[in-house]
Structure formats: C-alpha cells, structure tokens
Ligand binder design. Structure first.
Ligand SMILES: [Zn+2]
Length: 114
C-alpha cells in the first residue's frame, strides 16, 4: 500500500510518501525521520528551518554527501550523521554557518536570499 505523511522541520512541512507492506513499516520509516528533525533552532529558537543537502568532494576526490537542517534566521545548522549500516541519519550537533568565515548575521537577516 501507499502512504503519505507530512512531517515538519520547524515550520517547514516535508511530504513523505512511500510504498509499504504494513502499518508497522510506516512507523519504522517515519519514526526514524521524526527522531532527527528538530522543532526549533538551538541557537535562536527560530522555527524557520529547512532541510539541506550538500554534495562536495573529499580530499581524495570522492563525493561526500552532507545532510543538515539549516536555520533560515541565523544560519546555524544541525549536522546529521549517516549511520554506518545505511539505516538512516542521526542528529549530531548544532553549529554556526559553515565556511562563511564571518560572524553569524543578525537574527532577522536572510542569508543567501531565502
Ligand atoms: Zn537560528
């Protein structure tokens, strides 16, 4: 059967739909995600969050995927780690904007034109 569910990252809705064989599977898939999604920014408590994915290259030239939840208000991000067994993501820690090289913008600024 097909299911669709809306999860929220802060105030940003994420629609998730997938094919599952049981209701248990719906819980397995959504609880793993709900566990890593923060409700607000740890730095400024804003709920203007968005999921973010960056693809970069390691020093050896291998593609590296970065997953994070970014705060649109202050630019801080919650880094998400990838589980070794490939079963999903787990929350790591909040940190200031990556590679901006400057202090975080004022809390009402909108970095990168979001
Ligand atoms: Zn913030």
């Amino acid at each position: 059967m097909r299911f669709q569910i809306v999860l929220k990252v802060g105030e940003t809705p994420i629609t998730l739909s997938d094919e599952v064989s049981s209701m248990e599977e719906v819980f397995e898939k959504t609880s793993a995600l709900a566990e890593v999604l923060p409700e607000q920014c740890q730095n400024c408590e804003s709920v203007k969050l968005k999921p973010n994915h960056r693809l970069t290259k390691s020093k050896a030239g291998k593609p590296c995927h970065y997953y994070e939840v970014t705060c649109k208000s202050c630019g801080w991000a919650l880094a998400l780690g990838q589980r070794q067994d490939g079963s999903g993501l787990y929350p790591k820690e909040w940190g200031p904007p990556y590679s901006k090289g400057e202090a975080a913008p004022a809390s009402n600024a909108s970095p990168d034109g979001w």
